[in-house]
Design a protein around this ligand. Structure first.
Ligand code: ZN
Length: 444
């Protein structure tokens, strides 16, 4: 039996529901080209011997702004760079706070880690070039990049429009564990694990009429399809993937976040054609993903920790400083100078961030995080967590305890290329995992 209700009673019944309905989410976005002036030294491969003079795929930076209320806002900045640096993120954060009232926990920086992009200061200058002219060029590029990204943020915030959210997962097969070959040399005869993570998370923002406005997607594979003998400015496979998605969904923008790819790279690799092919494979996976609606709620949080370096002796740096390896000698000299000035770093800042949209959480970890973290976190927190890496600045590799036990490049040997003191202590994995637990516990 249906009884007629008075309008007053109807209102009383509806009001708790109305109170629970979140305000609509609004989004704004902007894109800019960030190619350096040519000729430009490309960073990422130690073996490159001269600057690049051509651009085969524009490097881009993109900003995606999300807003639900004056206090619930987030700005995602992606860029075709080897990495962001503390100088860049700190300066942008200061300006975003003073100009727009955006706090650091609301700013997310993701680098695609292309190895066919320019040097940025401080410390991401991985090239044999070391002349005053090279450093002056890197200084000029970094300063102009900061100004450009600052304008990009302002542009993205200008006119946010209502959006709906949906998300899903897909997969792509071309990443493999690159330590397989390395371990055969340093641990001959041993059968060691070689995990991969082929999952492709997809987040879609759509206009109220259903038209796609933006697609954010990720993959755990180094942006090194183009190798050290490539002398062309290029966004590598993520650049081609974004281009293919934008062509398939006209009027929308694609955003790439690199996942826990520290020990992952593409196979096969080495040519422009393969970078395009892997890009198209990834784009196809993104476009084929089956998406489900997400509740339009937004929260952000940050957990600031520091990762400790193992102790090192002056003698070890002295030996490095006299090495014939230009990168070892550079690190050795830098650390000797730091010891003399009593400023040898004992640890490095490590801001861990999370953006929760409905039931989906995007975790933003700085550094070249190895795939173990993504797999451990999936097992612990389930499939609604996206473990993105190369976020904020790039302090170096973030090894798991398993990798530290195995040894090799990602375990700590590569830290000299980042001008860091050396290996982290064995505390890194437990410190990162417990900080993530605290961070996620704080999110509603
Ligand atoms: Zn790398």
């Amino acid at each position: 039996m249906v009884r007629r209700m008075t309008p007053l009673l109807l209102l009383a019944l509806a009001s708790p529901l109305l109170a629970q309905t979140p305000p609509p989410l609004r989004a704004g976005l902007a894109t800019t080209i960030i190619n350096p002036p040519t000729p430009a030294w490309l960073v990422g491969f130690a073996a490159r011997s001269h600057p690049a003079t051509t651009i085969s795929l524009d490097l881009k930076a993109k900003a995606l702004y999300l807003e639900q209320s004056p206090s619930r806002r987030a700005l995602i900045l992606t860029a075709d760079l080897l990495g962001f640096t503390e100088r860049i993120t700190n300066t942008l954060a200061q300006r975003a706070l003073s100009k727009h009232g955006l706090a650091r926990h609301q700013l997310f920086f993701f680098a695609s880690h292309t190895h066919s992009g320019p040097a940025v200061l401080d410390r991401l200058t991985l090239t044999v070039a070391d002349s005053p002219a090279f450093h002056a060029e890197a200084e000029a590029y970094t300063a102009s990049l900061i100004d450009k990204l600052d304008r990009l943020i302002t542009q993205a915030l200008a006119k946010p429009k209502p959006v709906t959210l949906s998300s899903g997962w897909s997969s792509a097969p071309f990443a493999f564990n690159r330590r397989t070959e390395q371990l055969a040399a340093i641990r001959p005869g041993e059968s060691l694990p070689a995990p991969v993570d082929h999952r492709v998370p997809v987040l879609r923002l759509s206009r109220p009429n259903g038209q796609p406005l933006a697609t954010l997607f990720g993959y755990a594979c180094h942006s090194t399809v183009l190798t050290g003998d490539t002398y062309e400015i290029n966004g590598d496979y993520p650049g081609y993937a974004q281009q293919a998605i934008e062509e398939a969904l006209p009027g929308s923008t694609a955003f790439f976040v690199l996942l826990a790819a520290g020990d992952q790279r593409a196979t096969p690799r080495g040519t422009l054609l393969l970078a395009q092919q892997h890009g198209r494979t990834l784009a196809r996976a993104v476009l084929d993903a089956s998406l489900s609606p997400l509740p339009p709620t937004l929260t952000t949080a940050i957990e600031n920790i520091r990762l400790p370096f193992a102790s090192h002796t002056r003698e070890a740096y002295l030996a490095e400083a006299n090495s014939s390896d230009v990168f070892a000698a550079r690190r050795g000299k830098a650390m000797l100078a730091a010891i003399d000035d009593r400023r040898l770093p004992l640890n490095t800042p490590y801001p861990i961030q999370a953006l929760r949209l409905g039931t989906l959480t995007l975790l933003a970890l700085p550094g070249e995080v190895v795939v173990d973290y993504a797999l451990t976190l999936r097992d612990k927190y389930g499939p609604n967590l996206i473990t993105a890496a190369y976020a904020s600045h790039l302090p170096g590799y973030i090894p798991s305890l398993r990798l530290q036990r195995e040894g090799g490049y990602e375990a700590g040997d590569a830290m000299m290329y980042f001008l860091q003191p050396g290996w982290f202590t064995d505390e890194v994995e437990p410190l990162v995992l417990s900080a993530i637990q605290r961070l996620l516990a704080r999110l509603p």
